[in-house]
Write a protein that binds this ligand. Sequence first.
Ligand code: SF4
Ligand code: SF4
Length: 724
Amino acid sequence: MESTGPIPSMWSSSNGSKGGRHLLKGRRKLETEVRRSIEEPARVGKLWEAMERGRANRAATIEKTGLDLPAFRDRIRLIKETAAQDPSIAEAFAEAVRANGGRVSFAATGRQAVQYVLDVCRANGAEFLVKSKSLTSEEVEMNQGLAAEGIRAIETDLGELLCQVAGEKPSHLVFPAIHMTSDRIARMLSEAYGEPIAPEPSSILSAVRARLRPQFLAAKVGVTGANIGVAETGSIVVETNEGNGRLVTSVPKVHVALIGLEKIVRCWEDAADLVRGHAISATGQRMTVYVSMISQRQPVAKDPAGREFHVIILDNGRTRMRADPWFRDALNCIRCGACMNVCPTYGVTGGHVFGHIYPGPIGIPWTANVHGLEEASFAHLCVSCGLCHEICPVDIDIPLMIAKVKDQDVEAHGQPTAERFFMASEAFAKVACLSAPLANRLLRRGSLRVLMEWAVGVDRRRTLPAFAHRTLRSRFRAREGQVGRVGKVAFFPDLYAEYNNPDQGLRAIEILERLGYSVFIPNVQWSGMPYVSYGRLGKATKLAADNLRVLGPLVDDGYEIVSTEPTAVYMLRKVYPKLLEGDLASKVATHSRGFFEFIEPHLTKLSLRPTTDAAGLVGFHIPCHDRALSSGLPAMRFLERASYRVRPVETGTCCGIAGTFGMKGGWLGYELSMAVGEKLFEQFRGSGCDLIATESSVCTLQLQDGLGRPVRHPLDLVRVEGPA
Ligand code: SF4
Ligand code: SF4
């Protein structure tokens, strides 16, 4: 892949020198890390495969068990919302633990939690402790805190242990060492243990087991996290797929459990549903192998007294998150890792780049709130594809939370020129359209593109769509419209149909008219996705309010809102109602549809013919934002009715361009975008399809650039000859 390296002007900041310096430092560091990741294709390949496996296992289990996913999602969400928002549940849990003979400490900060463990170790003369299930202990950096006071923490979960030997942080919520190959593990352990270990799982496991057994027997203190706390009995639930968790909680004289206060639920009924949710969503298992329910320590023969059970209930920013409407939903996370398995840029960069201590999509709001905004600059790796929200078993709107983190970061440290340029896309398109022949010539010229790359950070290699000589609105006004009797449609053009491809917009409008609709193009602005993607939520909200002021009265007047651009529909249906709660946004959302979804019930009234010589096999790409709407099905059926054979070609994640992200220059733009896209390009190359189609204007650019083949909109492939 050709590289132009970083583009100096992209990193200039819009708000002063202090912010500018941080911007340079934060984004340059991120850019260097992305570059390193992409330059390790073997590691990327392994990570991508693991993610694919994670998604496939989850999907297979959901299918096999016949799980009613929406109902299950509602149930898990209700349990978590109640748990996260009601402080009295943690109090009740603490009381019940004490009633069982346990000791409870509320830790306001991570430092307090570590101090408590230190005190326990000192009181018991422990020079080391064994640990399991310890993600929350990573959050408070327990190992480092203990080591500074001379206490060794020995990780016993295989993945955590490997990270500890390597001196690395976990790179996945569920599979901490997902980034390591077995060759590397064998090399690393051979060196650490001073004996040759073969790179087979059985040899690795035997070696680790042999080293750990004496530690379990000698440890005076065992520390675990907990997946769930149950208030009605003061119990904790520890779910693991390795037996070591049971050794840590049962062999040492003292067991200390560290639990985030948001993990405590009211009753066993809630806990049972969460146990099921964890297994299905995290690993695609029906049930985790070891589910331990611990309420108190039982005496053992040699030492009938003195077996202690301590619980540390950790706040560390959670109460603040609970009070913040932007971030309180993050407390509902069940740490299943599904969002990581679908995230396109995580799949290339991995959790060491796409993470601080908490990795992946949900790691962004958690990091910003628990470890501070300065550690959360990996938020800019999010390309706002929305897929993490779609897969999340608790329906957490992670992309919007990430947009808020970006907003705070941009507010504090400024914004790169390229992002400001793309947020001005509508103004740029208006000017370019007025002088289309000249603008198009210049946009194709190598020297101007080099200048543009230098000045505003638009990658010179990215094909940009040409501008039309006349906008959709001006052509629509000049034609004779039809008065329909079936209903009224307000056509939302967004940028592409308005300024780049009015032909496509007019074709859609003509089909609507054929079906008997009166069509009108309202005086709306663009849908404004870049404001969300680049963290300018104030601007996004104002734009949403302006558009809704136009669309609301139309809906009241009986209009349905229809658009050919999936991202515009996604904004109207999914994002505007989050930016502007209330009746107006939800009313417009309810009446907004994608073009193919809208016409689908009427398809039998149309006579559809292929525009190509032979209606061959169409490889269809589903745009990310359409996955939250209709998953491309109506567009595929439209093509099938015109005699095409259609097959979705997909990796299950984004094509990589993600709006304007892949138009930006450098490793935090074009390079990362193409690295993500490469997996999809491979699929298309091997698909044997005669034609390639997609509904999204930007996915079209990405596929054309990556494959060197034309990519068509379904409307370009079908001739509508009249009512059937
Ligand atoms: S929106 Fe897409 S890119 Fe952003 S974190 Fe979620 S999955 Fe990743
Ligand atoms: S945010 Fe949702 S998908 Fe991601 S780890 Fe949490 S519960 Fe799982």
